[in-house]
Design a protein around this ligand. Structure first.
Ligand code: HEM
Length: 141
């Protein structure tokens, strides 16, 4: 099943996604808005970005790194990503119904991993930059 076919079925599965994600990582809950419509939009956007990232890795690598840095600024930790991944896969499976296959799961898992890796690297770079700035300030003081 293509993402275009899957997309309209996603919003329905979003509530369950957040419920499972927050059960696994209650620490992430306060980072999110409670507006369910916003949550639906953002999850569909996140998945669209993953799909785009995979079809144009080079162009989107830098975008995803920047997004990783802004996620880190919100308090997102590296260890949240694998939990997010599992819940996304579960959501995609639910939304796909009978069309879900082992191959689809493998393709999505690979795409989510690549995107997460770019975001985590971006978060690391941002943390290194901040530390660098602290060093400079320290030396100047
Ligand atoms: C492949 C992984 C992910 C992708 C592609 C992704 C993508 C996005 C996008 C597109 C948005 C909305 C635009 C923005 O504000 O940046 C967003 C918001 C957000 N994401 Fe992620 N995200 C990912 C993983 C995570 C993880 C692991 C967390 C962990 C807690 C997280 C927490 C958030 C939060 C707190 C917001 C703001 C929500 C709000 O304002 O209600 N994201 N994400």
């Amino acid at each position: 099943m293509s993402f275009r076919q899957l997309r309209p079925r996603l919003p329905e599965a979003v509530e369950a996604f957040y419920h499972r994600f927050f059960t696994a990582r209650p620490d992430a809950k306060p980072m999110f808005s409670t507006d369910i419509e916003l949550q639906k939009n953002q999850l569909v956007t996140a998945l669209s970005l993953i799909v785009k990232h995979i079809s144009d890795v080079r162009m989107l690598e830098s975008t995803m790194r920047r997004r990783g840095a802004s996620h880190q600024a919100r308090g997102v930790l590296d260890e949240h990503y694998p939990v997010f991944r599992e819940q996304l896969l579960e959501t995609l499976q639910q939304a796909s119904g009978a069309a879900w296959t082992t191959q689809l799961r493998e393709d999505w898992a690979w795409a989510i991993d690549r995107t997460s890796a770019a975001m985590i690297n971006g978060a690391k770079d941002a943390a290194d930059d901040t530390r660098g700035a602290d060093d400079v300030n320290h030396r100047a003081a």
